[in-house]
Design a protein around this ligand. Structure first.
Ligand code: SF4
Ligand code: SF4
Length: 87
């Protein structure tokens, strides 16, 4: 299944919450998801980045804290891979 690149490094296609909360994924939801408005989505969007992998500050302290507190430890690995891709 093709990846859906969430701005924080989540592959929305692999996220177990997507079905559970009927979530369309990061871009479809525009950062407004079941737990509220996502600051990482807002920050990356304001910087004109499709995801944090395109940001020269990667990995900023906010993102690292977000990843530490989250359910998906693959985010940073994904972002480091995505930053070398065109999209
Ligand atoms: S946590 Fe935020 S940036 Fe990450 S996939 Fe969800 S809405 Fe997108
Ligand atoms: S790496 Fe940090 S500063 Fe850069 S877009 Fe992501 S959250 Fe914002």
């Amino acid at each position: 299944m093709a990846e859906i690149k969430g701005k924080c490094g989540t592959d929305c296609n692999k996220c177990s919450f997507r079905e559970k909360f009927n979530c369309g994924g990061c871009l479809a939801q525009q950062g407004k998801i079941f737990w509220g408005e996502c600051d990482i989505y807002k920050c990356a969007t304001n910087k004109g980045c499709q995801h944090c992998g395109q940001c020269h500050e990667l990995p900023c302290e906010n993102l690292l804290e977000f990843i530490r507190n989250g359910h998906n430890p693959d985010r940073l690995t994904n972002l480091n891979r995505w930053k070398n891709e065109q999209t």
